[in-house]
Design a protein around this ligand. Structure first.
Ligand SMILES: [Zn+2]
Ligand SMILES: [Zn+2]
Length: 88
């Protein structure tokens, strides 16, 4: 997974400028480890001023017109492998 670049940079066709980090999606309720999914995001798009945690979920979705679940789908598609998410 570290080999992967930022999925948002890919979607936006941008050149990635910062390191790749893993963003964990918390879908659904509770703190169960099951069903935790993650996507690679660069530092800027993860926690920078234009990043998911910098903008918050709503701001992020509005700015890029894409949700984290859509990014997850895009990443699954681009990486071309199916992942057994229960391992994470
Ligand atoms: Zn990025
Ligand atoms: Zn995150």
């Amino acid at each position: 997974m570290k080999e992967d670049g930022c999925i948002l940079c890919k979607v936006l066709n941008q050149k990635q400028k910062t390191q790749t980090e893993i963003h964990h999606l918390r879908s659904g309720q509770g703190m169960s480890q099951r069903g935790v999914k993650c996507i690679p995001l660069c530092v800027e798009h993860h926690r920078g001023d234009t990043g998911f945690h910098g903008l918050g979920r709503r701001g992020f979705e509005r700015l890029y017109n894409i949700s984290e679940n859509e990014l997850l789908e895009a990443w699954g598609y681009q990486s071309g492998i199916s992942i057994d998410w229960d391992k994470f």
